[in-house]
Design a protein around this ligand. Structure first.
Ligand code: ATP
Ligand code: MG
Length: 375
């Protein structure tokens, strides 16, 4: 122990900060993590022994490209694709006997995930990288149809893939400049997010507009803009992802519906206005938006009516024991799982499971049986 935590986190009152940390175990060893941002310390910050792995900061969003981009940046900005998967930070914690585990993968909320750890080790040459850069963390999006947290499909990903979008100091969270980060990823053979070039803020408005048209057409999520020094970031997303977020949310209306609805509608409103769309184009947008809300919800209520289980469906592939740990991890956190298939494919085990959506199931049953609602 014996670290000056006030200096590490830049806060005076470390007792209050530490009250918000929770503890958890990884392979029998205890670590702490911060489930929500507190006192300026990012959500997902983890402490293992004396070592700190800083959380990944939240990225602000602009609702209009012009003047959103030139207002926010005063120098060149890198435009990169924003992928829709889950955030992972990989760090090689070389303190307090944690070094024996090698590089570990942390999810957004700061949990060490055994499955993700195995996945990033399989796909990224981590040993070479951490031998040269032990103080960095690798920030990446895990994407693809076979993963336990998200479900967005990418044509180029058959199962699961890791795409790096940041390299930061493990302890301070300071990012590398964009060009240096992209060069290092290239040098070590990390796959990274697609770049749409570096532009002056005014020119970036059009560059992002074009990128968004292309990504929207392909049903992809959007872009993240980053100042050349890596410090300031901004995100902007496609209409396609607003609809697919709503489809996902309203497939489980009583679990996710409310949290998703207002923000996506507002994004659509400002996008329609900035694009100065004609009446019939706005009407088309409205129809698509309505369909992405109502159709999946109707389907789910019908499924509950037929007595079928409803929830988030996932497929995972990998080492049989690692998948056991993954399912245990979900059950330990209170999720109810419905395992639909569990088979071998060569050396690998493939598990299809549903994270049951209890609120949607229970409320839907209640209303279908004539339960009343006070509104
Ligand atoms: P928060 O609001 O806390 O950032 P969120 O889940 O709502 O959380 P998103 O809207 O998905 O955040 O946007 C930020 C996330 O986008 C990052 O945490 C990261 O996981 C993901 N991401 C995907 N591609 C990129 C990229 N190219 N650059 C930065 N982040 C990216
Ligand atoms: Mg995301």
């Amino acid at each position: 122990m014996g670290r000056d935590w006030a200096a590490v986190f830049g806060v005076a009152d470390t007792d209050h900060l530490f009250e918000h940390f929770q503890s958890e175990r990884y392979r029998g060893r205890e670590y702490r993590y911060l489930p929500d941002a507190r006192h300026g310390v990012e959500r997902g910050t983890a402490i293992l022994g004396d070592a700190v792995v800083r959380g990944f900061p939240s990225i602000p969003r602009t609702l209009v490209l012009d003047p959103g981009i030139p207002e926010y940046f005063d120098g060149p900005v890198a435009v990169e694709e924003k992928l829709n998967g889950y955030n992972v930070r990989v760090a090689d914690v070389n303190a307090g006997h944690w070094e024996e585990f090698g590089p570990l993968a942390f999810t957004r909320s700061g949990h060490v995930c055994r499955y993700t750890t195995e996945t990033v080790r399989d796909q990224c040459p981590l040993d070479d990288f951490f031998a040269d850069h032990p103080d960095l963390q690798v920030c990446a999006e895990v994407v693809g149809p076979e993963n336990p947290y998200t479900t967005h499909d990418y044509d180029e990903v058959e199962s699961v893939a890791v795409r790096v979008f940041d390299l930061r100091d493990r302890e301070t969270g300071d990012p590398l400049p964009v060009a240096e980060r992209r060069d290092l990823c290239e040098a070590y053979g990390f796959e990274q997010v697609r770049s749409f070039g570096v532009h002056d803020p005014d020119a970036a408005v059009d560059a992002v507009g074009d990128a968004i048209d292309e990504l929207d057409e392909q049903g992809r999520e959007g872009v993240v803009l980053t100042a050349a020094d890596g410090r300031r970031r901004l995100k902007y997303t496609t209409s396609a992802i607003h609809r697919s977020d709503l489809e996902h949310a309203f497939a489980l209306p009583f679990d996710y519906g409310r949290d998703f609805l207002f923000s996506r509608v507002i994004r659509e409103v400002f996008q329609a206005v900035e694009r100065d769309e004609r009446d019939e184009v706005v009407r088309e947008r409205a129809r698509n938006l309505g369909e992405s809300i109502l159709l999946p919800a109707v389907e789910t209520v019908r499924a509950v009516d037929r007595g079928e289980p409803v929830g988030d469906e996932h497929v995972v592939r990998g080492d049989p024991e690692v998948l056991d740990r993954l399912l245990d991890q979900f059950r330990d956190r209170g999720l109810e799982l419905d395992v639909r298939a569990d088979r071998r494919d060569g050396d690998e085990r493939v598990v299809e499971f549903v994270k049951l959506a209890r609120a949607t199931r229970d409320k839907t049953e209640f209303y279908l049986e004539g339960g009343t609602i006070d509104e």
